[in-house]
Each structure stands twice: as C-alpha cells, then as structure tokens.
Design a binder for this molecule. Sequence first.
Ligand SMILES: [Zn+2]
Length: 366
Amino acid sequence: MQQTARKALFLPMSLLNIPNIASQLNQQTREKFERVYEIRQEEGCLRLTDQMKPWVKENFGSIEVVEKQKVVRILNKITLKGASFNALRSQRPDQTHGINATLEELIQKTHGGPFCRAEEMTPEDAFGRIRGAYCITAANIAKSDIWHGVLIFHKHHPLDWEAEEITDFLATANQWFYKVHQEDSKANFPFLFWNCLWRAAASIVHGHMQMIVSSSPFAQKILLDRQTREYQGKYQSNYFADLYQIHNALGLTLPTTSPEIKAFVPICPRREREIIIMSDNFDQKLWQAFAQIIVDYRNKLGVKSFNVGLTPLPLNGEPQLNLPVIIEIIDRGDLSSNHSEIGSMEMFAQQVITHDPFETKRMMVS
Ligand SMILES: [Zn+2]
C-alpha cells in the first residue's frame, strides 16, 4: 500500500486521473478495484461562438477546458450506483444565488420557537423523555414510522456544536433506541438521521436529529445486504473490507480517533462530498470518531447543510443483515442558492458530481 501511494504521487491526484491512478495499484488491490468499479474517461467537445469567448474566459478561466471537457463516469458494479464527474460543472454561473435571506438572520428570527422550549412545546414518547447532557428527546409529531423520535439539541443554532456534544447526542440516541426496544420488542431496526438546515430537508431550523426504530430492515439496507452477500459468495471476500482497502490504496481514507473505525471519501459517491464511516459496533469509539469527522466537515469544508444517515446494528443482537454499522454524510450545497443540486439526472439516471473526492480528502486532512 505504501509503495502504491508513493508511486501514485507522481500523478495529479484527481478523479479525472482515476484510470491512471488505479493502473498503478498493486495487483491484488487492482483486482479488487476492477471487481467493484468500471471507469470510463471521455472527452466532450463543443464549439464556442466568438461572442461567447470573453464571457467563458472570465467564468471558466480558459477556452480550451470548455471546448474539450473531460468527463469521468464511474459505475460501482456491486451496488449498481453510478456517478459522472466533470469538475467544470462546479464553475457554472448560478443566477439564483443569494435569493434566500442570510443564514444568521434566519437563525435569529427563529430563536424562541418550539424546540427552544422542548419540555413544554414538544410531545413526549409514551415512556417519557431521555435526557442527555446537551439534548433531550421528543416524540415526532408526524411520525414516518411507529417509533419516530426527535433528538433536540439544547442550543438553538443548528451549527453550534463541538465533538463532546455530538458524542452526547449519539449516546442519548442509543439510550432512546434501547428504551424503545424495551417497550416494544418488535421494534428492532434503529436508524439515526440528521437533516441539517433546509437544503437537507429540515423543516425546523433549531438543531436536531431524528431517530427511528422499525420492525423490519429498511429497503436500501436490504438491497445492500443482498448485493454484498452476493459479492462475498462470488469472491470469498468481504465487500466492505475490500472497499476500504481500495480507498486506502488510492489515498482516500481519513484518519479517525480509533483504529477500529474506518472512514473514507468514496470515488463513486451518493452525492457531493460523501464520507463513509464503518465500524463493527455502535459504541463510544464510533461516536467520538464521527464527532471529530463532522466537526472537520463543518470547519474545513465549510459545509453548512448536510444529511447524515447512521444505521446501528439490530437491537436484539441478532445480525439479520450482514452489514457493519455504516454512517454516511453528504453535502447538500450552498444555503444561499435556490438552485437544487438534485435534478432529473440524479433522480432517474445517475449522480452527477462536481466535487473531486481527492480534493475533499485533502481539505479534510489539511
Ligand atoms: Zn430554537
């Protein structure tokens, strides 16, 4: 792995170069890479009118990069998820920029809302509330599952937290999961999620996460379980361990607070600037590692609106699905823009990505 990383340093580390970077992996890792990924590197050409050229030069920096555009298409053959990457797309002029009120103004305006007075203004679960050092639970007023709770941060500001608070949020959610399971033994499949601010689908500005315990596994996890079992059967090798090995060799893993916790920036992400964290257990070590990563995600990448999905193991201790604990983090874009980053391509075809995972990795470790 070390040797591979040194060799690859001579190449510009970018997703645009992924075929070359992958060709320099050692044989065993390259085999795994080729099992999982199919890469196509293509060039799209266009002709600019003379009248457009000054505008293009000003907005994109060069005529040539626009007239001959490099597009990399990546397919994960195991999960059948695909992404197209063209760095130029992030430089497109955005005419909708700046239409929303500024974030800080909105945060001020919503201060004093129901989550600021959670004890009086939010419903509680039939068993009451779980109280953490920095948060309190409530029942969700419009449930998407039988057991659907809200973990309300004591602080109103949705981006005002540090690692210690995040660790407390996850510990409190874990207590809520087990309390639910104790009340209702059929409730067995926990899911913790964090929609931070409106671009990530949060309807309330005040900082909060949500918790569900379902009686059956979630559809996306059933699919991933099937796909990865098939991989295991075919190659006698663990998909998640191989995925980590590939990303480690590509230089896309992230340091974590504990060696058992594996984190990386995937080359075929679900959305922009995805980070995946994997662990065998949903415990203090994972909570602390996640806390450090999400603090860096906010501080170093400057991301303000994001989704986090966190799937612990079944609460009855029986591993019905052959999956590790997985945390996925994605960036949902600029809060001051009215331009949605999800369009028909993403809904019906495959992801279009503008942020290079290699750049995300560089920024996360800077
Ligand atoms: Zn509030």
